[in-house]
Design a protein around this ligand. Structure first.
Ligand code: ZN
Length: 214
């Protein structure tokens, strides 16, 4: 696997950042959102007033609340409760195979994959479930995989100030399998290495070995 240093991207920490609001700064009402779904059903060629579709706009909007729940969570807040009593633990902490569902921002179809997240603490550690919640908080948004990968790494680096962070994301994009080029079984892999994982080949290969990449 080619290990490229990630492209640094701005990390958006709060729920009121510019990525979470429409350009007008206000959310449409629920009924406006449901009307938009009715329009899309008509655009697809069906009748939103037939029995089977009557409740669909409501269901779609509720699904959207789930798919895009990340906009109402604050990743830096998730990491804010950390522990310093580590008795000098300074080895890699790794959470492997964190499954996630996201949606591609170009087609709004699912991106399904797993993330592997590691850091080497400087003095602070977090509860291990927090790493999974970070993946969730950025995954449940409109995404591209490259940015998802960088955002996960950057927020851990910025909030915990560890010696290093490594993130590898492997995912299948349904916009490639169900439309467009129709290539099933293709997985995209992205990685972001910061601090010691970027600078120290030994540390990087320890991580890659632990996730079965070497
Ligand atoms: Zn897409």
């Amino acid at each position: 696997m080619p290990v490229n240093d990630c492209i640094p991207v701005p990390t958006f920490h709060t729920m009121d950042d510019k990525h979470t609001l429409s350009p007008q700064g206000e959310k449409p009402s629920r009924s406006e959102a449901e009307a938009a779904v009715r329009t899309l059903i008509k655009w697809a060629g069906d009748d939103p007033d037939r029995e089977g579709l009557l409740d669909t706009p409501n269901r779609v909007i509720r699904s959207y609340e789930e798919f895009f729940a990340g906009y109402s969570s604050d990743p830096s807040e998730i990491l804010s409760r950390s522990f310093e009593e580590t008795d000098g633990y300074d080895e890699m902490v790794l959470l492997k195979n964190i499954s996630f569902e996201s949606h591609c921002e170009h087609h709004i179809v699912p991106i399904l994959g797993v993330a592997h997240v590691a850091y080497v603490p400087e003095s602070r550690v977090v509860g291990i479930s927090k790493l999974a919640r970070i993946v969730e908080a950025y995954g449940k948004r409109l995404q591209i995989q490259e940015r998802l990968t960088s955002q996960i790494a950057n927020v851990i680096f910025d909030v915990l100030h560890p010696k290093g962070v490594a993130v590898v994301v492997e995912a299948q994009h349904q916009c490639m399998t169900t439309r467009g080029v129709h290539k099933a079984g293709v997985a995209m892999e992205t990685s972001c290495m910061l601090g010691c994982f970027r600078d120290d080949p030994g540390q990087r290969s320890e991580f890659l070995q632990a996730i079965g990449r070497r």
